[in-house]
Ligand binder design. Sequence first.
Ligand SMILES: [Zn+2]
Length: 423
Amino acid sequence: MHQPTLREMIFYAWKNSDFYRQFWQTHNFNPEKDFHDISDLKKIPVLTKTDLLAATMSERSILNSNDGYYFTDISSGTGGKPLVILKQYHSMPLYFDYILDLVKISRISFLALRPTSSATAFLGAGIAGQFLPRGSIISLGDVNDFIYSATIALNIEANFLVLRPATAISFAASLEKQGYSPSKIKFLYLSGEPITLAAISFLRKVYSNATIIYTYAMTEGPASMGIRSSLCTTLEDLSPNAYHLNIRDFFFETSDKALLVTSLHELPTPLIRFKNGDQTIIKDNFQCSCGFPAGKIAIIGPRSGEDSYKIGNFFFQASEIHKALAKLNEFFTENFELQVEQIAEKDQLVLTLDFTLQTINNPTPFLTDAIREVLEREVRISRSQTLGDAIGKGYVMPINIRFSSSLSTSRILPPQEFMKHFL
Ligand SMILES: [Zn+2]
């Protein structure tokens, strides 16, 4: 497979994509006149998810029957509209190859617990990209039926799991219940959300024989952008959200700490200077404890928007909080701050919530109780649960309520361990 250079990608998009030609022309960029070498990179307009969503899939996709097959994938688009994209293959990051070589297992027996909407791309594009060696057993479990999935794991003697960190935590109990010890898992491949130090230590204990692989990826891309393993103590010390960058499949830049990604693959929808919304710090020539050759790493910070946050199996949204508090709004302004943390408590991961409100008058204990009550009853944090439901089940600790006179906006803040380096 020919791996295009950055320059080739720019001209590929210019020649083949109506979407890019229009987008660039609207922003007065013509690569034939304006792009000579890498120093001209900043002239290329930055692309966002909103720009992609403004075009239909056929308007922004270059299709060519020589590509073989196209598989659909869907990016959840936290808060916004989901984006459906097409892909031909998933490319395997060099780091994954490195770890697979290091942890030798004779036959991979692989079970993925992914949403059905992504399963097509996961399986089709994964196999097209030769993600796993021939002879591997490949199985898709059902993310909504852990008992069925654990039964599959038992029968195929699964040694390789792919899932989200929150799913891995819940699924371990189902494996035990079906008589298949999580200690039989040799690879635990985690993707889909940042992971806290509390979750890392929990997973290490439960999947005690697994090499854990943490990935930083976006659905729009052909591969993980960043990857780290449980051997990467040096990276983990830096941040629970630091990774070896996949510089074979992507070209990375930052602009005011915002990550800009160019994919070095001729995707149906090429990605050129795509701003995915994550704040990022890139470091060069980093030597890690895992032994991988020194190179570029990235520390991923919070998303630039602060009106929602997904952690564990829960999704906190400012709009839900505003709606709930509208019933009490004569007592305080609209501004609030919600700080979410994850801790380990009695062998379970639990969220703690510090909720700060800006009051108009002096808060009374009565008012504090009323706020707590309305938040617990009205705020939904998953499809099926309110905040109160999750507190009742012990997934979330009772909310700490504080008051401040100096808030200027509403913010939902990720755990502080993700904020260091970014304050
Ligand atoms: Zn490493």
